[in-house]
Write a protein that binds this ligand. Structure first.
Ligand SMILES: Cc1cc2nc3c(=O)[nH]c(=O)nc-3n(C[C@H](O)[C@H](O)[C@H](O)COP(=O)(O)OP(=O)(O)OC[C@H]3O[C@@H](n4cnc5c(N)ncnc54)[C@H](O)[C@@H]3O)c2cc1C
Length: 401
């Protein structure tokens, strides 16, 4: 637990069960996660021995925030595990449930759902594995610099706190999406407590609330980014100025050498420019008032999360193709291309909503034009791509990418 020593020094403590003055309330009657005990804890004149202080007095925030950082990454991992189970249940059900004399997995509407569930799951995995690897590398770097194990753990998680917040948001929303569509695929049975998917639906919901609500985590992704920029730890100004300059220039339509992934790499680079342009204009225009414009902050956070995911899935698929070859990576390519195709539109919509909230006249027109330019994606037959993914899963009887 955490409390303030002398009224202002935020500090972590271990409080043993049985300590005088420490009691707990009755078990909460929850909507879901009924296997997990939840009670309120009361501390009334509770005397805690000094050796139970965790870390240093006044430095509790380091422990609290870093538990949260790693907790958010782990929440994403847990959400992915649950999502995979819910998807597998749905594939199995869609194969066996017959309507109009055929399995419902034959219907395009159901194929679309199964494929979209798989796409989001694969993308969440990609961002999670990428961040976990970064944290691992940072920990090893800090250990090599002579830092203690505890310091390396804290430092690794702190370095990637922004990504951990993004993972928490995306992982919990992917799980909610998948269990919701899972119930839908189960039809009326999905609403029956006899089917496991209804339990998954109830259990899933808490993930958007604890470990910092998704609203707070969206705000945090930006807050931490801006603080790092102001502290000189992250260069945002340089790239933002470069995008402004590019906007003033005539677009280069020259023929580029076509290479596998060149279009996707360009799109991801452009999505980053769309964020820099929108966020840069918002900061310039709103200055200190930006904190009061949470809708704009939410829009920018969504652009950032989409783009982080788009890059993560692209890099993962590039690696898969490198290892297995293009011909053997068709499903992963379908997933990546469909995600990027949708991400471009989502970034465009969030960007437009943000810009229309604070800009007007020539400035507004110019940024909207920039958004259109930076979120232009190649046409894609996403219906066929999704059908291929759904058919593969139905054949295998599970998520298999
Ligand atoms: C099953 C369960 C287990 C839990 N386990 C733990 C635990 O182990 N340890 C622990 O410390 N806590 C735990 N919690 C508490 C949990 O972390 C909080 O419920 C959660 O952080 C939300 O806080 P709140 O309930 O006070 O909601 P509120 O803060 O009242 O939020 C209500 C709504 O307002 C929004 N909101 C609040 N502030 C802002 C803001 N500044 N800007 C924009 N929107 C805002 C929120 O996003 C939310 O949508 C648990 C909760 C549950 C339900």
């Amino acid at each position: 637990m955490f409390a303030k020593v002398d009224g202002d020094k935020f500090t972590g403590f271990i409080v043993e069960r049985g300590t005088e003055g420490f009691t707990q309330g009755p078990e909460e009657n929850k909507m879901g996660i009924k296997g997990s005990s939840t009670v309120q804890l009361y501390f009334q004149d509770c005397k805690v021995p000094v050796e139970n202080v965790l870390g240093e007095i006044g430095k509790g925030h380091r422990i609290a925030f870093n538990i949260l950082n790693i907790g958010r990454l782990k929440l994403c991992a847990a959400a992915i595990g649950g999502a995979r189970m819910a998807l597998n249940l749905s594939v199995e059900y869609a194969k066996t449930r017959e309507q109009f004399k055929q399995p419902i997995s034959n219907f395009g509407a159901i194929k679309h759902k199964l494929a979209e569930m798989a796409i989001r799951l694969f993308v969440a995995e990609s961002s999670l594995y990428r961040t976990a690897k970064w944290i691992d590398e940072k920990e090893h770097e800090l250990l090599a610099e002579g830092k203690s194990f505890a310091e390396a753990l804290l430092g690794g998680a702190e370095e990637y706190a922004i990504e951990c917040a993004a993972l928490k948001v995306y992982g919990s929303e992917v799980l909610d999406y998948i269990v919701d569509e899972g119930v839908q695929i189960h039809g009326g049975n999905g609403y029956s407590a006899e089917y496991n998917i209804s339990r998954a639906y109830r259990d899933s919901r808490i993930n958007r609330i604890y470990e910092g609500t998704n609203e707070i985590n969206r705000l945090l992704t930006l807050d931490m980014t801006l603080k790092r920029a102001m502290g000189g730890r992250l260069d945002l100004m340089g790239p933002a100025m470069a995008v402004q300059k590019e906007l003033m220039s005539i677009p280069d339509f020259g023929a580029e050498e076509e290479q596998l992934f060149s279009k996707e790499l360009k799109l991801v680079a452009n999505l980053k420019k769309a964020i820099l342009m929108t966020a840069g204009a918002a900061v310039q225009k709103l200055m200190m008032k930006i904190e009061n414009e949470q809708e704009v902050l939410m829009n920018i956070a969504d652009m950032a999360i989409e783009t982080f995911n788009a890059e993560s899935v692209l890099l993962r698929v590039m690696k898969i193709v490198e290892q297995k070859g293009e011909a053997a990576s068709g499903y992963q390519l379908d997933i990546m291309r469909t995600y990027l195709y949708d991400a471009a539109d989502k970034v465009n919509k969030s960007g437009k909503d943000a810009v229309n909230a604070f800009a007007e006249g020539d400035e507004q027109r110019m940024i909207l034009m920039g958004l259109k330019r930076f979120t232009k994606a190649e046409p894609l037959n996403s219906k066929d791509a999704r059908r291929r993914l759904a058919d593969k899963m139905v054949g295998e009887g599970k998520y298999c990418f």
